[in-house]
Design a protein around this ligand. Structure first.
Ligand code: GA4
Length: 346
């Protein structure tokens, strides 16, 4: 993975980098989960950015550090050992290929499903082929992050004034919740320095299909989000906080009041490896994804057709990373972007 020839580079999407102008974005909303007004801060952040940084959480740092160490151990294994846990179909170990439809990135990763009831054969194979403490570290971390995600979703329901306050969190708490977990390793790419003004894509732009994603990374830069005016900004890394990302399903459930945020990762051009861990909270497969009734005043105001998570997920897995996946589920295709002021460019 680390040997990078010019010809290898030619197979990778290279985008113009605006390193000097693509600003580090100091303005990202930072939410203290214990602040008395956290619920209204969350709503504002989701409306404006579909994204926020969460601080003062109760996830013990020992679980975070242990998982990071285990992830480093895993990615340091000989390539032939890692390959035994692959290819990602979509679960398992993946190297450069993302999804099933030709997307590539400067990345290697492990994608696992997290529901013990439907633990895929591939997820079990990953645990068999990984260091002995790996499974334990993954399971402990996920259990803690899930608890935090429930709390965030309950504060969100409070802020949206919907009852019961568990209306969103119960979808992820459900034993049939179709959630998944991803460990990413973006190897350093110092050769980029010779390619002045270009940058390699680690993980191309996309929105997450699920309800909410909880991202945590080591202190390496590269993560960017797309603002409502279509500019890309770099999010300063912070290894002790979590970044919460609104997914497509939550966009639909809020009838577009929240918008799933486009994000991507650029490969670093220093000697630093980026390690990230993301929990994707999804509903049960048979769950209907529809706007919450209290967020739609009249039936004709409902922006989306009715569909189940299973229908959406399988359609997402047929798409390319950068596709606008919700388009075919909109009642009036293309209208969503102009319906709400915060979607418009100005
Ligand atoms: C994006 C969010 C999650 O990482 C993911 C990704 C999935 C994959 O890597 O297999 C997808 C991508 C993600 C959306 C479109 C499809 C499916 C790759 C891809 C091209 C695990 C998910 O659920 O959707």
């Amino acid at each position: 993975m680390v040997v990078l020839s010019q010809s290898a580079l030619e197979h990778f999407p290279v985008i113009k980098t605006y390193k000097s102008s693509s600003c580090l974005f100091p303005g990202i909303p930072v939410i203290d989960i214990k602040h008395p007004e956290a619920k209204s801060h969350i709503i504002k952040a989701c409306e404006e950015y579909g994204f926020f940084k969460l601080i003062n959480h109760d996830v013990p740092s020992e679980f975070i550090d242990t998982l990071e160490d285990e992830a480093v151990n895993f990615f340091n294994l000989p390539q032939s050992d890692k390959d035994q846990a692959g290819p990602a179909d979509p679960f398992g170990y993946g190297n450069k290929r993302i999804g099933l439809n030709g997307d590539v990135g400067w990345i290697e990763f492990l994608l696992l499903n997290t529901n013990p009831q439907i633990t895929s054969r591939k997820t079990l194979a990953v645990f068999q082929h990984s260091p002995p403490n790996f499974r334990n570290a993954v399971e402990k971390y996920i259990a803690e992050v899930k608890k935090m995600a429930y709390e965030v979703l309950e504060l969100m329901a409070d802020g949206l004034k919907i009852e019961p306050r568990t209306v969103l969190s119960k979808l992820i708490r459900d034993e049939k919740s179709d959630s998944c977990f991803r460990l990413n390793h973006y190897p350093p790419c110092p050769e980029l320095q010779t390619l002045t003004g270009t940058n390699l894509i680690g993980f191309g732009e996309h929105t997450d299909p699920q309800i909410i994603s909880v991202l945590r990374s080591n202190n390496t830069a590269g993560f960017q989000i797309c603002l409502r005016d279509d500019t890309w900004v770099s999010v300063p890394p912070d290894h002790s906080s979590f970044f919460l990302i609104v997914g497509d399903a939550l966009q639909v459930m809020t009838n577009g009041r929240f918008q799933s945020v486009k994000h991507r990762v650029l490969a670093d051009d220093s000697m630093k490896s980026r390690i990230s861990m993301i929990f994707f909270g999804g509903p049960p497969l048979n769950e209907k994804i529809v706007p919450l009734p209290s967020l739609v005043s009249k039936e004709e105001d409902c922006l989306y057709k009715e569909f189940t998570w299973s229908e959406y997920k399988y359609s997402a897995y047929k798409s390319k990373l950068a596709d606008y996946r919700l388009g075919q589920f909109e009642k009036n295709v293309g209208l969503t972007k102009t319906k709400f002021p915060h979607f418009s460019k100005n």
